[in-house]
Design a protein around this ligand. Structure first.
Ligand code: HEM
Length: 412
C-alpha cells in the first residue's frame, strides 16, 4: 500500500468547527455517516481521526504504548478527575496498579457474583407487584449498584449507593450536554462538583468501615497494598462507577431487545442463550460507544501517516453495525454468537482489547447474563411504548424511555 502524508478525507474537508456542531447534535449518526461516506479512516478535525477497520482497531488497542497512549500528559486529569486510579494511569504506574487488581477479577470469584446477582433479582422481583409499570433503567441501575458494590467492596452499598448514583448521573449529564469550561457556574457543573463531594464522603466511610473477611475483593487488594487514602479512594470510585452505569445500560438494552423479540425471550432458559443474548445486546448498544487513544509517534493507517499528537477515535457503535463483519447487522440475532463470532477478531470490541481492555469484562458479561436470565425465569416484562426508546450517547450509551409492565406468573 502506498503511504501518503496528506490528511485522510472527512466531512467538512476534515476541518472542524462545523463538524463539532454536527457531532454535538447527533454523535452516533455523524460517526456512522462519516464512515459510510469517506471510508475506514476519516478526519473529523485537524487532530481527530476515526478508524473503523478492525485491522486498525486491533493495531491501536494491542499497542503497549510505543506508538499510542491512552492518556497523554496534557489530558490526564479528565472531567471526572480521579488521577490516581489505574484507569487514568500510564506506563509502569499503570502496570503496577493493574497487577494489584487482577486477582479480584479472576473467574474463580464469579460464583460469588452469581450468588449476589440471584439474590438481588429475588429481592427486586419481590418488591414488584403484578401489573406494575417499572422504569427498567432505574431498576437495573439499583441492581447493578447492589451487585457491583458487593463484588468490588464486599458490602451492599446501603445509603452510600445514593451518593454513587448521584455522581454517575451528574457525570452523564455533563458528558451528554455540549461541553462548557468546568469553571463556569452552570447548573451541570455545580451539580457535578456537589455530587463529587458527596461521593468523596461516602467513599471515605466505606473505606474506613471496611473489614477484610478473606473474600478477595478489589477493595481488600487495594488496602493490603497500603497506598495513600487518596489512591484507594480514586481507585474505588472509578471501579464502582465504571462497573455501574455500563452494566445497568447493557442490562436495560438487553431487556428492551428481549421485549421486542418474544421468540428470543422464550429461549433465555436454553444453555448458552442468555450469554449469546448479552453479547448481542452490547454489540448493538455498546455502552462504551467510543474509545480514544493519542499517537505519540507517526502512525500509519489506511495509507496515511498520522502525525504524533493525533487523537484516534474507535467506535464500537460504528464497527459493530457494519455489514462487512456482521451480516444483517441492524438485527438482534443472539444465534450469531452460538455459531461462532464475527469474521474478524477486532470487529467486536465492546470491552476494548489488548492490555488496556476492560478488567471487568467477564464480571460484566456474567452479571448481565445471570440477571437477565433470572428475571426472564421469574417474570414477563411487557414493553410500554418501545418505539419511543432512544439511545443517549453520554460517557456511556444510556437507554432512554425503557418502561415495562411486570407480569408475574400465577402460583399453583
Ligand atoms: C457492560 C459493562 C462494561 C463495558 C461495556 C465496559 C467497557 C470498557 C471498555 C471499552 C474499556 C476500555 C477503554 C479503553 O480502551 O480506553 C474498559 C476499561 C475498564 N473497565 Fe470496563 N466495561 C464494563 C464493565 C466494567 C466493570 C464491571 C468494571 C469493574 C468493576 C470495569 C472496570 C474497568 C476498568 C478499571 C477499566 C480500565 C482498564 C485499564 O485502564 O487498564 N468495567 N471498560
Amino acid at each position: 500500500m502506498t503511504v501518503t502524508h496528506t490528511a485522510p478525507p472527512g466531512p467538512g474537508g476534515g476541518r472542524g468547527t462545523a463538524n463539532a456542531a454536527d457531532y454535538a447534535l447527533d454523535p452516533l449518526g455523524f460517526l456512522t455517516g462519516a464512515v459510510r461516506e469517506f471510508g475506514d479512516v476519516v478526519s473529523l478535525s485537524s487532530s481527530n481521526v476515526l478508524l473503523a477497520h478492525p485491522e486498525d482497531i486491533g493495531r491501536v488497542l494491542v499497542d503497549r504504548g510505543e506508538n499510542v497512549v491512552k492518556i497523554s500528559e496534557g489530558t490526564r486529569r479528565g472531567p471526572t478527575g480521579f488521577p490516581r486510579a489505574m484507569m487514568n494511569s500510564e506506563g509502569a504506574d499503570w502496570e503496577r496498579k493493574r497487577a494489584r487488581l487482577r486477582p479480584a477479577f479472576r473467574s474463580e470469584r464469579l460464583a460469588h457474583l452469581e450468588e449476589a446477582a440471584r439474590e438481588g433479582v429475588a429481592r427486586t422481583v419481590g418488591s414488584w407487584t403484578d401489573g406494575q409499570t417499572v422504569d427498567v433503567h432505574h431498576e437495573m441501575s439499583r441492581l447493578a449498584m447492589l451487585v457491583g458494590a458487593t463484588h468490588i467492596a464486599g458490602r451492599e452499598p446501603g445509603e452510600h449507593g445514593e451518593a454513587l448514583a448521584g455522581a454517575v448521573a451528574a457525570i452523564m449529564r455533563l458528558t451528554s450536554s455540549p461541553r462548557l469550561p468546568a469553571w463556569l457556574p452552570t447548573r451541570v457543573n455545580r451539580d457535578l462538583r456537589r455530587s463529587l463531594r458527596d461521593l468523596d464522603d461516602a467513599l471515605a466511610v466505606m473505606i474506613r468501615e471496611h473489614r477484610d473477611d478473606g473474600a478477595g475483593t478489589a477493595l481488600d487488594a487495594l488496602l493490603a497494598d497500603d497506598p495513600s487514602f487518596e489512591e484507594v479512594r480514586d481507585e474505588l470510585a472509578t471501579l464502582l462507577m465504571s462497573g455501574y452505569e455500563t452494566t445497568a445500560d447493557a442490562l436495560t438494552w438487553l431487556l428492551h431487545l428481549l421485549g421486542a423479540h418474544p421468540e428470543a425471550n422464550d429461549r433465555m432458559g436454553e444453555e448458552g442463550f442468555a450469554r449469546a443474548a448479552a453479547k448481542e445486546a452490547v454489540r448493538l448498544y455498546p455502552p462504551a460507544w467510543v474509545i480514544s487513544r493519542e499517537t505519540v509517534r507517526p502512525f500509519e493507517a489506511g495509507g496515511h501517516t498520522l502525525p504524533a499528537g493525533t487523537v484516534l477515535g474507535l467506535s464500537p457503535w460504528v464497527t459493530h453495525r457494519d455489514e462487512r463483519w456482521f451480516p444483517r447487522a441492524g438485527e438482534f440475532r443472539p444465534e450469531r454468537w452460538l455459531a461462532g463470532g464475527p469474521s474478524h477478531r477486532y470487529a467486536y470490541f465492546p470491552f476494548g482489547a489488548g492490555p488496556r481492555g476492560c478488567i471487568g469484562a467477564s464480571m460484566a458479561l456474567r452479571e448481565v447474563e445471570v440477571i437477565a436470565g433470572e428475571l426472564c425465569a421469574r417474570v414477563r416484562l411487557e414493553p410500554v411504548a418501545p418505539e419511543a426508546v432512544r439511545p443517549r450517547p453520554a460517557l456511556a450509551l444510556q437507554p432512554r424511555g425503557v418502561r415495562a409492565v411486570v407480569r408475574k406468573p400465577r402460583r399453583g
